[in-house]
Design a protein around this ligand. Sequence first.
Ligand SMILES: [Zn+2]
Length: 441
Amino acid sequence: MPKCIEKEIVMFSKMSRRFIMCVLTASLLCSQVLSASAQSDLEEEVPPSNASISTVEAASNATLFLPSVTTDSQEKAVSQMTEERMPVNSEVQMPASEEADIVKVAVTAPAGMGNYCSMTWPSGGWAFASDTNGGDPCKWLISQSPAGGVIQRKGLYANNNWNRVVYRCYPPNFGWVGIYQGWGNAPLTWAYDAAKNKPGCIFNVSPTAMPIFDAPFPLSTAYSHVTGFDFAKAPYNTLNVPLEFGQPGSATATIVDWKGRDKSKGYINNHSGHDWPMPRGTPIYAVADGTVVIARDWLSTCTGSDSAVQKEVAIRHTVTGGSGYYERFLTYYAHFQSYVVKTGQVVKKGQLIGYSGNSGCSTAPHLHFGVIRLTNTADKLEETVHFFFPPQHSDASDKDIDSYGWDAPKGFDPWAWKAYPSGALSLNLWRPGQAPSVGNW
Ligand SMILES: [Zn+2]
């Protein structure tokens, strides 16, 4: 039987936190930091009526999303498919300024973020801890645990808003995956409880929103929206929209938008960002402070645009919370007429980076805007950016997320949990009033 140690400690402020650590066996260790008043907080904190997932029966039903099982053979198939669609001979090296990012161009996380830490031990033991007050749960776990632990994930989550949690157990194939979403610390607790007694569990946590982006172009521009982020991508390719997301449509939808809707007809399949038609020469801005990691001419094989040479820019953004914890994203802007920044350059939010155009693989003047998640992806603590050359864009393909988040009436971000190891949790990154319209997408 688990031997549980409970103790009260005061950490980083006058707020008290209760830490509960259950030592299952000498070699199998699991632990979590719980807020001392987690339950009462939950009952008192009613989500705002305009919360993006306002219909989630969060507090009343701890098993809102039941853990699902995939077999080892399925997992293996997934890995093979993922590798096949990503040629490794066309990688572009990124400038190595990862640490400098934090010092020079960090974006301060919105208020109310806590930190979480997921660790494993070679024996199959694991630990999962969180700190609502910006403390360092990894440091705490290491101080309480046997040597040899590996930090698998560490990052930010929202104390007073919605979060999503994906946990995976049974390494090395991670054939067990569980998914939860709820308010504050609740889904972390549910996931922890569900993972107990399973070996090698790793937890990915993400807030459903982290508002840090401003619009990439003047919203007064005459623009429209023609296609967005497709959640039905390899390896699963189709999704059952009525069953999984409560939307009308096909049980085998090939294109699914951020609201879980069937967009299989009339849009671009497997698209990894948003396309906004706009006049050539529209100024394009950095959506947040960051470091330019690509500003280049890419010679595409496409015809019909203004030029086969596609002009494109990518910027890395580091969002810092307490205790040095951070999340990192990359924004990608394509089809420019011209760009005015250089690789390695530090840019500020709202700074001009170039002018929209119709270059490369484009059939009409537009901005393609994509976001790649670099931290706490399905399979990595931190992703090395790999820029490849698929037919249309130079998105990294791997770990693309939707900057509008995932907002279906029911169901869970499918790209985050079905697409291991390719996927990552999407989150709404726009500040209020800054998201360009996506119309009915
Ligand atoms: Zn596009």
